[in-house]
Write a protein that binds this ligand. Sequence first.
Ligand code: GDP
Ligand code: IMO
Ligand code: MG
Length: 427
Amino acid sequence: MPALVLLGAQWGDEGKGKATDLLGGSVDYVVRYQGGNNAGHTVVVGDQTYALHLLPSGILSPGCVPVIGNGVVVDPSVLLSELSGLNARGIDTSKLLISGNAHLITPYHETLDKVTERFLGKRKIGTTGRGIGPTYADKINRVGIRVQDLFDESILLQKVEAALDFKNQVMAKLYNRRAIAPEQVVEELLGYADQLRGYVADTTLLLNNAVDDGKVVLFEGGQGTLLDVDHGTYPFVTSSNPTAGGACTGSGVGPTKISRVIGILKAYTTRVGAGPFPTELLDADGEALRRIGGERGVTTGRDRRCGWFDAVIARYATRVNGLTDFFLTKLDVLTGWERIPVCVAYEVDGKRVEELPYSQTDFHHAKPVYEYLPGWTEDITKAKSFDDLPKNAQAYVKALEEMSGARISAIGVGPGRDETIQIHSFL
Ligand code: GDP
Ligand code: IMO
Ligand code: MG
């Protein structure tokens, strides 16, 4: 039985939440493997809209066990408020499992994220300010606090002291902020311990057993391929690996057990925060995509930068993730354009290049080479099969498939659960 990875093929916000939720009904476990509450996934079920940040989107499907893997960074206060928000709306969250090895975002990580951005000035990354980068930095520096530390008070104090030793010097001397008392942090963290204890489990063991027992396990990426710390547009990236390999390290399930990797791909492109974006539109078309697509961040409320579809990026996502399938989302947003530009290659310093430049300098200079595909005006939101789509919309999808290097197995024609055309099964 399959273990699937579902991830963003662009810069995030491709519609991963909807895609995960759609599969949720036929999946036994949905696992978040990286990132934290920097993510913002919108799921529309009937007349209800849910905005999820830290919890896997599978939490909305009864029968599906949601798992927060070891690769995720967990802000306990955000987690508990997200859980109580869902409970208040009648969603059962009791099946949630959290890895004891996941790292905790503490208030000092959030503070450091914000002061660092301020310090960077115009070189800032445009982070979500949720403490993601500093928490992963502590993990790699081996001064992080893990979920399991909540259950050993003396270890917790030792670790928080070690983590703050250096940071307090930096805070006071560089950022002119008051030092943070370790005891105060420990007291706050201990306040979460009892509320979280029941969810903590050996998720690696459980997930491997689940795959071996023939259960369907879905790994849900936060962010997208180009925000990956290794394969994205560094330094304008998040501090973890949303790419497919991250599903293995972030969950403890090995690559031989993954049967499918599905890339969620928007029919155009968006990005939040700073960094290069070759097909970005700063004109009326960009404004129209933002308005029609509702392109406003779920987490920070920032307007998303918008541009045309970029096939170079889609091909790159296929390569670095080993994608087997694409889920093409938001095709409906493109209805009404007479012709739709699609970036098929770049021009870098006068030369045409077909692949994403590995040099960041070249990528910053990359100019899109466009092909123009004929548009359509018919409403496609009621389409249930590929044949229901107007001929030009069919041709647009086929052209994207041809350029992107993996088959398009599903198409989103609206935000709702049922506004999807399934061409090939994911299972
Ligand atoms: P995620 O971060 O990848 O889960 O995506 P977001 O939730 O941040 O952004 C995607 C937005 O597009 C959400 O508002 C979804 O409800 C919406 N959406 C998803 N698929 C479609 C689609 O096929 N058509 C339209 N119009 N909206 C969609
Ligand atoms: P989902 O899961 C879009 C961006 C931020 C910033 C960079 C680093 O909804 O696709 P961070 O706070 O992670 O250190 O910020 O990454 N970013 C996202 N952009 N969607 C997201 O999540 C994002 N999570 C982080 O805007 O540019
Ligand atoms: Mg999002």
